[in-house]
Design a binder for this molecule. Structure first.
Ligand SMILES: [Zn+2]
Length: 103
């Protein structure tokens, strides 16, 4: 089975620090087709992107921008984004490094 798992899975507030999948993406992974997995892995590995992450300047993928009704970032524990200026989402690695939103 195709998987971006690199064997160091650790749930950090909703995102795996190893493969950057959300916990629900990991749970649903076995229900996806190979094609759906490829697409997801391309998004995670920044092969396809909708915009540039304003934090690190690397390609980032927002499912909302891509026309989906749901984005991976809804799944994770809310991060405190007050230090971030701008309108675009961060990439998976930058967003998961932000502090957890309090309150
Ligand atoms: Zn980034």
């Amino acid at each position: 089975m195709k998987t971006p798992c690199i064997g160091i899975c650790k749930n950090k507030d909703g995102v795996c620090t190893g493969c950057h999948r959300t916990m629900s993406e990991i749970q649903q992974w076995r229900h996806l087709t190979d094609e759906q997995r490829d697409t997801k892995m391309e998004q995670i590995h920044k092969v396809v992107s909708t915009h540039t992450c304003q934090q690190c300047g690397q390609p980032a993928y927002c499912e909302i921008s891509a026309g989906e009704s749901h984005c991976w970032c809804f799944e994770i524990t809310k991060r405190d984004t007050t230090s971030i200026k701008g309108v675009h989402c961060l990439c998976r690695s930058c967003l998961s490094k932000l502090p957890i939103k309090v309150g």
